[in-house]
Design a protein around this ligand. Sequence first.
Ligand SMILES: Nc1ncnc2c1ncn2[C@@H]1O[C@H](COP(=O)(O)OP(=O)(O)OP(=O)(O)O)[C@@H](O)[C@H]1O
Length: 225
Amino acid sequence: MSALLELKDCRLTYPSNARNEADKLALAIDHLTIREGDRIALLGKSGAGKSTLLRHIRHQLADRASWCPQDASLVPQLKVFHNIYSGALDRHSGFVNLTNLLLPSSHFEAEITALAEPLGISELLWTKADELSGGQQQRVAIARALYQQKPILLADEPVSALDKLQGREILELLVSRHDTSVIAMHNAQLALTVCNRVIGLKDQKLFLDCPVDQLSADSIGQLYQ
Ligand SMILES: Nc1ncnc2c1ncn2[C@@H]1O[C@H](COP(=O)(O)OP(=O)(O)OP(=O)(O)O)[C@@H](O)[C@H]1O
């Protein structure tokens, strides 16, 4: 499998609140390679650095990756249709985007309806985003990520607001529509059912990196100690 991204001696920091104090370390990675075909479960306790790493990977991969953020980040005043459509703004001209905002074309409506159906949100296309439940908002964010139609998926807790069965089905759908995925999850058990590689972060470092079928219960236990 070819390497998509290689990180070496990578130190990710954030600015200190105190004046004249050096930046603080969020995560230090000595070496990490992401390969085409990887379906990576990014695990670790809260604050371990999962979002920090995802943001860095996103920055490195630029427009090759679809992005599904932790907080959905929908535009509250816009309808579900437009929020999903916004995943494709860079594929179309300004004229097409503006026209579609005012008067959605049947072509785009059909595309987005087809995308929304397996996510159970096709009945909500003309509802404003701020009228949705948390789980509905999360599914709209997933649809927007799918509509980006990029080969790589970067997702931060994409199914945290969904029930167990729906979360698993939608996670499988997300992974099946991308060649490569990196997904930060708190629910390790669910992540490991759809991923083939696990990256565990602990104490601001890479703690484990191995294929899911070689993962021991002991190492997962240590990751969360
Ligand atoms: N801008 C910032 N200001 C203050 N602290 C930050 C900032 N960015 C990152 N950190 C710190 O860096 C560490 C890693 O944060 P990050 O959000 O990546 O963790 P996480 O594993 O994604 O957590 P969670 O699972 O709770 O989302 C945390 O200790 C966090 O407090």
